[in-house]
Write a protein that binds this ligand. Structure first.
Ligand code: MN
Length: 310
């Protein structure tokens, strides 16, 4: 499979690397970790993300500033990272080949080549395997790979943290990654607005079903009041899951078009990817999400809770 990836890359001239909408460290780290090698091969490489906002917390990643919101004129190969379905890329299907690199179980295999390894802790580790086939990994590339790895393992706290994860992390550190520096970049650069938003959010948390379910909502009004950005909200669902009694965390954020984005997290055995799929979304066993147009969000919460046995 990896051989096919390199063959298609060799044949292509205008390559666009794409991360999913509302990007996290794994999708960005994946695309940025492949960029230097393709440039060195003499390819025309563009970095694309369709989102209104790409969080500046990732600005320490090498080549971050080269990410553009405008899709390049010429593209004969699209390489997508960490993205379960084509519509989450925010682009129209044109006459280009697609390599789909991911680790989501729910991936719809929309590529001409699909490298989807659901056993991989992060998409960046899949890219690492692909890069290792090609040659030595540079420090810049290692930083991007490590960033995806720490985000998707919750800094080595989630159940996908295994010996393989530490062995890969160790390799990356030997290539020059400084874990403390990356932790500081990701975790210790919060704005006051984000901190204030957290406070507004905590005030509104509700516990249901013998405190096994935690529900937290954020409105556009909350965002405006705090001055925080949408990308300042991704940690909030963890606050819900981290409550001692909680097995299922439901985080709801009102979007600008009055629809809602719902993020689900579980702690032990509950598979929230199935739950999200029932509402047209997807994700991992313990982390998933979907969007919903329905105005009455309480009804949606009720529907979610009715689907689970706790
Ligand atoms: Mn991922």
């Amino acid at each position: 499979m990896y051989k096919q990836v390199w063959e298609l890359i060799h044949k292509s001239h205008y390559i666009t690397l794409v991360s999913h909408i509302n990007p996290d460290g794994d999708t960005l780290g994946s695309m940025l970790s492949l960029y230097p090698t393709l440039k060195k091969m003499g390819k025309n490489v563009s970095l694309f993300n369709a989102s209104e906002e790409v969080s500046i917390k990732y600005d320490f990643l090498p080549n971050f500033k080269k990410i553009k919101k405008i899709f390049p004129q010429k593209c004969d190969l699209l390489i997508c990272f960490d993205c379960g379905s084509f519509d989450r890329l925010g682009i129209l299907k044109k006459d280009f080949k697609i390599i789909n690199i991911d680790h989501h179980k729910s991936n719809t295999l929309y590529g001409d080549i699909n490298i989807v390894d659901e056993k991989s802790a992060s998409s960046t580790l899949v890219v690492m395997d692909i890069l290792e086939q090609h040659g030595k990994i540079s420090k810049d590339e290692a930083i991007c790979i490590y960033t995806g790895l720490v985000e998707d393992t919750g800094f080595f706290m989630f159940s996908n943290t295994d010996a393989e994860v530490f062995s890969k992390a160790s390799k990356l550190i030997l290539l020059g990654v400084e874990p403390a520096k990356i932790a500081q970049n990701l975790k210790m650069r919060n704005s006051l607005a984000k901190t204030r938003l957290t406070s507004i959010f905590i005030d509104k948390i509700e516990l249901l079903k013998d405190a096994k379910v935690a529900v937290g909502t954020l409105t556009q009004k909350d965002l405006k009041k705090s001055g925080a950005l949408k990308s300042d909200t991704v940690h909030l669902v963890d606050i819900l899951r981290n409550l001692a009694t909680v097995e299922l965390a439901i985080f709801i954020i009102e979007l600008e078009d009055e629809s809602y984005k719902i993020s689900l997290r579980s702690k032990n055995t509950l598979d929230v990817s199935l739950l999200a799929e029932a509402f047209g979304g997807g994700g991992h066993k313990k982390s998933s999400g979907f969007e919903h147009k329905q105005e009455d969000i309480n009804r949606v919460i009720e529907q979610i809770i009715n689907k689970v046995e706790l």
